[in-house]
Design a protein around this ligand. Structure first.
Ligand code: SF4
Ligand code: SF4
Length: 341
């Protein structure tokens, strides 16, 4: 167990991790890095970069309870065109195949369409992390046609197939609007046509782990088809991360410790070996670089996109902390769902 020895001998990365451990309210749980070391994964290293995940701004037309970005209508942080250009240059120089655009509601960035079009012209696969309701908002109703014309993959949050659960988590009326938006996408071929994938995202309503992805996907497909006549390509199950708005909720309801213990008890070494940060880099709205969207919310910076160096970043040591237990519990969790299928 060379990794465990490294960790116990006070490797510099272990000392730095100890400081990051203080980022979460309780610091006396088993350090995440110790679990990594037991699985022979300490320090956690990137293996390659196949995805650049870009947060183009925190502005959103919704204010969901679980939002780890703290996005909302009052947020004004927006990525500039110049920073988008840096992202495209980095993708070309490092031969990164996928641009994963997120927010807020990414479509609300005034340069969203330019960014997507340029990436497609460069032959990149583009993912739009869409909240669905934005597709019905004034000024955005032609967005589905734009996405379809550019063969953009749509990944959309729909935490349940029932109205009450979705509205509780994402706001009154969100379920109805989401179903209408999916119908619009279906009419354009999304969810039917292999070139127009529509993935839905499930996350638990509270302090529990997601159920098995394949089983839940089958239930979603049946229920949404029977109740609303809509279809989608696949379901991603994602765990709620103990940071930002969800962390506040956990603390207010006194469930924080119990949730963390649940995540720690479910630590899965196979999931740990497949965490998404090993193959992606995340870019903040101001061009700062992070190992993932969650580290972005904790401001764990690793550089700036204008100085992007493919060789260094593709083999970097990842900045882990206690919130990483959210990615390694059970079947694991990532922006593309479970990591152990
Ligand atoms: S739609 Fe997404 S970005 Fe907007 S508040 Fe909800 S979770 Fe956050
Ligand atoms: S939270 Fe981020 S850094 Fe930690 S394991 Fe998950 S993807 Fe990696």
């Amino acid at each position: 167990m060379a990794a465990l020895t490294l960790f116990r001998q006070g490797h510099p990365l272990a000392a730095a991790a100890e400081q990051r451990r203080q980022l979460l309210p309780r610091a006396d749980e088993t350090p995440f890095e110790e679990k990594l070391a037991e699985a022979n994964l300490f320090p956690l290293l990137a293996t390659h970069i196949d995805t650049l995940q870009v947060n183009v701004g925190k502005m959103c037309n919704q204010t969901c309870h679980h939002c780890h970005v703290d996005a909302g209508p009052d947020r004004r942080e927006i990525m500039t065109l110049k920073t988008m250009q840096h992202c495209l240059t980095a993708m070309e120089s490092a031969k990164i195949g996928t641009l994963d655009v997120t927010g807020g509601a990414p479509e609300m960035n005034p340069n969203f369409r330019w960014f997507v079009s340029r990436a497609r012209e460069l032959g990149r696969h583009v993912i739009d992390r869409c909240n669905l309701t934005i597709l019905l908002a004034p000024g955005f109703t032609d967005m589905p046609e734009f996405l379809a014309a550019n063969h953009v993959e749509v990944v959309a949050s729909l935490p349940c197939y029932t109205e009450s659960t979705v509205d509780k988590q994402r706001g009154d009326g969100v379920f109805d609007k989401s179903i209408r938006a999916i119908r619009r996408l279906n009419d354009l071929g999304y969810g039917h046509d292999a070139a127009l994938p529509l993935s839905l995202v499930y996350n638990p309503g509270g302090a529990s782990l997601p159920p098995p992805q394949a089983t839940l996907e089958a239930t979603y497909k049946r229920e949404l088809a029977e109740r609303h006549g809509i279809c989608f390509t696949r379901l991603f199950t994602i765990a709620n991360m103990p940071i930002s708005r969800f962390l506040d909720d956990l603390q207010k309801s006194g469930k924080y410790e119990n949730y963390m213990q649940k995540l720690i008890a479910a630590f899965n070494p196979v999931a740990a070996g497949n965490v998404m940060c090993r193959s992606l880099v995340s870019v903040g709205w101001d061009g700062q670089l992070f190992d993932c969207d969650f580290n972005q919310m904790l401001d764990l910076r690793i550089g700036h996109i204008r100085d992007f160096n493919a060789t260094t970043f593709a083999t970097r040591a990842i900045l882990t902390a206690q919130h990483c237990y959210g990615c390694t519990a059970g079947a694991g969790s990532s922006c593309t769902g479970a990591v152990v299928i």
